[in-house]
Design a protein around this ligand. Sequence first.
Ligand code: C5P
Length: 314
Amino acid sequence: WRPDDEDDPRRRGASGPVKVRVPAKVNLHLGVGPLRRDGYHELNTVYHAISIHDELTARRGDTLTLTMEGEGAGELALDDSNLVIRAAHALAGYAGVLPHARLHLRKQIPLAGGLAGGSADAAAALVACDTLWGTGLSRDELAGIAADLGSDVPFLIHGGTALGTGRGEAVSPVLARPTSWHWVVALADGGLSTPAAYAELDRLRAAGAAGEPLGSTDALFAALRQRDPRVLAAALGNDLQDAALAMRPSLAATLKAGEAAGALAGIVSGSGPTCVFLALDQADAARIAAELDTAGVCRDARVAHGPVPGARVV
Ligand code: C5P
């Protein structure tokens, strides 16, 4: 009998509901290298967590069930193919416990939007079930399980701003003086498939029709240190943007409208179709979002700030 363990609620597990908030991500720099033999591309990316959140609540149950509301409700399978269910099974298997929980997801992050919504939900499930079951794993252990669930999942355990290498799963936090950046996030109708966007980039590159690859993250890190949004704006870049624009040509008008409304820069987020715009400050972000809504170039324009923490019990 070890009193420390008995007193640690993380080891005892939770009797009441456990609620976890998890952010969306954007890539400030998404450098895509060659296609590897395992079907993934080597990445050099800078992840950034922003204040658009999903919320996962975990309660005790006799089986494993998932319900959801909000973005994408009714469109997403809630069976064993769902990343949340797969995350719960992966943690239970690792920790040697029964995967019993009643999970409920409230989504604000769109499906297949390039904001890592599915990965965020998997990260939330790991953190929520770890607390519910009292398995008490460290963030690094959780990130290790996360890597098998998807390339972006480890980052969403950590949050903040971080360098991602390998296929994106190797995450090192960026230590920077605290600065808040202000974003406008333009959601699109419908999603884009991530594998299809990577395949389109390979096709464009083979045809000599893709832009120059981004290269090093040095300019981006220098810009983060300078804490001047105008400097950061000039350093943003995404190798998948040409592919997203080829698959969804209307995004060109969205990007143009954001810049016309005074955004310092606009880029496609990840594999799209969400576009994100950097604003000078919070008031500017609100004004740009209102203009984008009026211009009718997106389904919904939201303001957000970053960096924010990764999946956390609230
Ligand atoms: O890791 P995740 O399951 O999120 O990746 C989804 C798909 O995106 C992969 O199957 C692959 O087609 C593509 N991908 C890639 N290179 C990466 C990450 C993802 O080609 N680094």
